[in-house]
Write a protein that binds this ligand. Structure first.
Ligand code: ATP
Ligand code: HSE
Length: 309
């Protein structure tokens, strides 16, 4: 095939936002960029820069490439790719609860759609295929559309609608130097939960949509959760303790995705800056070890994935 070049940028995402388990998501202004240059070498070579350099595979096992090849197979277009050079520049940490795997899958599906059709991908199709491939539409929706999103699934697949996030809402992320795999912390969740806890989360999740759209003052009350964070705490004690301390000080602190990053949804840039200024650089970890933290204010990414050919 003729050599052309595709550049995909996909934002970090934070899922759940406390009570919106597997449903609510927000795109954050940290970006992974993937450049795909098809060639006829018969090989796929990946260069990784930034997060994951030296750790992520540099061949067909790389998640962006794996997704691209699986999607082309599914579309019956595997012959569209003889070989390629893939350059991945990652700002999003892996296994941090910031949607790194969703960003890789969205990039892989976008590249496959471009190879399949020869045109820039349609956002709705990108979302549908990425959700099916990744399994977390609450990450895939903000990664594709940007901003705040409500995602849900039915027999026909995944769906999403936007939440118009009030410009005063200012996210802060506190990223620890340890990792937790999403699949492992999902295994800690119970099959059944008490009805009172389900009611508790339904009320907070409904309130949270209103708080994000126009009532940031309600964010501390609206981000309470009993469905997943209490069960995941044992796998990430330092994170659970920091969330407890921040909430005790009146901030809307929650687990970002499946953790271990902490997300604070501040009511204003002033509150966000105060959280960053007061964030601990180190806290106690297991076995007398220390956990180091990096706190930073991040923008809500109003745009989702961008694809430039
Ligand atoms: N940018 C990336 N490039 C290639 N592979 C990736 C990338 N991001 C994640 N992966 C793969 O996915 C695995 C991490 O997935 P996991 O779902 O645990 O983390 P996450 O997506 O960062 O967190 P979360 O889904 O909770 O937000 C990594 O171990 C790696 O194999
Ligand atoms: N909603 C998913 C997000 C994973 O990033 C979870 O909490 O497991």
């Amino acid at each position: 095939m003729s050599v052309t070049r595709l550049r995909v940028r996909v934002p970090a995402t934070t899922a759940n936002l406390g009570p919106g388990f597997d449903t609510l998501g927000l795109a954050l202004g940290l970006w992974n960029e993937v450049i795909v240059e098809p060639d006829d070498s018969g090989r796929i070579r990946v260069d990784v820069h930034g997060s994951g350099r030296g750790r992520l595979p540099r061949d067909e096992r790389h998640l962006v490439v794996r997704t691209m090849l699986d999607t082309l197979d599914r579309l019956g277009s595997r012959d569209r790719l003889d070989g390629a050079r893939v350059i991945a520049r990652n700002e999003v940490p892996q296994s941090g609860g910031l949607g790194s795997s969703a960003s890789a899958v969205v990039a892989g599906v976008a590249a496959a759609l471009w190879l399949h059709t020869g045109a820039l991908p349609d956002r709705d199709e990108l979302f549908r295929l990425a959700s099916a491939a990744e399994g977390h539409p609450d990450n895939a929706a903000p990664a594709v559309y940007g901003g705040g999103t409500i995602a849900w699934q039915d027999d026909s697949g995944a769906h999403a609608v936007p939440i118009a996030v009030d410009p005063r809402v200012t996210p802060v992320i506190l990223v620890p130097d340890y990792q937790v795999r999403t699949a492992e912390t999902r295994r800690l969740l119970p099959e059944r939960v008490p009805l009172a806890d389900a009611v508790f989360d339904v009320s907070r999740a409904a309130l949270l949509v209103r708080a994000l759209e126009a009532r940031p003052d309600l964010l501390p009350a609206a981000t309470e959760d009993r469905l997943h964070q209490p069960y995941r705490a044992e796998a990430m004690r330092p994170t659970a303790e920091l969330i407890g301390r921040l909430r005790g000080a009146g901030h809307a602190a929650v687990l970002s995705g499946a953790g271990p990053t902490v997300l604070v949804l501040a009511q204003s840039p002033v509150e966000a800056d105060a959280v960053v200024a007061q964030a601990p650089a180190r806290t106690a970890g297991a076995g007398g070890l220390e956990v180091r933290w990096r706190a930073r204010r991040v923008a809500v990414a109003r745009d989702g994935a961008t694809v430039v050919a």
